[in-house]
Design a protein around this ligand. Structure first.
Ligand code: PHE
Length: 358
């Protein structure tokens, strides 16, 4: 074997000198210690511990050394590398800890801080009941219609076959808003939802299957069972071949969907100018708070041919039925509410107590 035993060229192995290595380690330590966060530390790591860093370049120079010098030089390089790596690790640890502390500090949530209590809201039980009733009819293919609460006398009475001198006008104690003038037949707060029947028949061609929930007004004193503002749902069907059997079947389905499958209904002959024949519908309440009994729930009947005619519908071709039910009444019955005033005085605990909130 022949190899040169010449002293190595110090220029060629400049990085390997103990001084150079010491300096490289010192530089690395200084740079690492100067890094103020982990990003900066990572940025300087490459310069001092990467492939082109003085310590790593020194390792490459070992090959150029005579065998006798290799072991020594190797040891020095390794020590330098470990020292620089240790300096890096030490700094990394410090910075990591600082970072964790910062995150803990900045993202801390003080669970003991008082908060603004959030009051749960709820839809009013009357609205929920109105929706419930509407849903039952929408399920049978009915459309929802509406009319104004300030209504003309013509829609409220005349078109419904209740003429000015008809005794039924006084049956419904009406709030009068404006006397008749050139523009209208007088304005009232509608005392029932039946004027919506008229709007619907004037605006739509039969077949008509419509349900109209809404607010109505009568000059009643407030007490446990009366309120000057209450709610009704009007129902109207106009089609070919509609009979009273359809009315009875529809109301039976409605009552069972509302109050349960065991509920019974009966129709009692009655009188409304806009229906002929007319009936009151009663519902048998087994679980009524004062014992089982019939409860009057609303009026109904076959649409009077005179009303169809007033709305431009030929009574020889079409027939229909209509009904009007109290929404507040349904709510009181369904939930055993004894005093109507509870439904209107706006105490937010009321819907929660009923358990109807959604
Ligand atoms: N409008 C009537 C009332 O308020 C109820 C009713 C509606 C009766 C439809 C017959 C047909 O008392």
């Amino acid at each position: 074997m022949s190899y040169t035993n010449d002293p190595y060229d110090p220029k060629q192995v400049a990085y390997l000198s103990p001084e150079a290595l010491d300096e490289a380690v010192a530089n690395a330590r200084e740079a690492f210690d100067a890094a103020e966060n982990l990003d900066e530390l990572t940025a300087v790591k490459h310069r001092h511990l990467g492939d082109k860093a003085p310590i790593l370049l020194a390792r490459r120079e070992i090959g150029a050394l005579p065998p006798a010098a290799k072991a020594d030089a190797g040891k020095r390089v390794n020590m330098a590398k470990s020292a620089a790596t240790a300096a890096y690790d030490a700094r990394a640890q410090v910075l990591q800890k600082q970072d964790q502390e910062r995150v803990l500090r900045e993202e801390a949530v003080d669970v003991t801080l008082p908060t603004v209590p959030r009051r749960r809201g709820a839809r009013h039980p009357i609205n929920l009941m109105a929706d419930r009733i509407t849903d039952i009819f929408v399920g049978m293919g009915y459309a929802v219609t509406e009319g104004p609460e300030v209504e003309s006398e013509w829609f409220s009475f005349d078109a419904l076959n209740i003429h000015a001198d008809h005794p039924a006008r006084t049956m419904m104690d009406t709030f009068y808003v404006a006397a008749p003038n050139k523009e209208h037949s007088g304005l009232v707060l509608r005392p029932h939802t039946s004027p919506v029947q008229i709007h619907t028949m004037i605006e739509q061609e039969p077949p008509i299957y419509a349900v109209a929930p809404g607010r109505v007004y009568r000059t009643d004193e407030v007490d446990a069972t009366h309120s000057p503002v209450f709610h009704q749902t009007e129902g109207l069907v106009v089609d070919k071949g509609i009979t009273m059997a359809h009315l009875k079947g529809t109301l039976d389905h409605f009552a069972r969907a509302m109050f349960g499958p065991s509920v019974k209904t009966r129709l009692r002959p009655s009188y409304f100018p806009f229906t002929e024949p007319s009936a009151e519908m009663d519902v048998w309440f087994e679980a009524h708070k004062d014992g089982p009994r019939w409860i009057e729930w609303g009026g109904c009947g076959m649409v009077n041919p005179r009303v169809l005619t007033a709305c431009g519908i030929d009574p020889d071709v079409y027939s229909g039925f209509a009904f009007g039910m109290g929404i507040d009444r349904a709510l009181m019955l369904r939930h055993g509410i004894a005093d109507m005033r509870d439904m209107f005085d706006g105490d937010v605990r009321f819907p929660l107590a009923l358990g109807t909130e959604e």
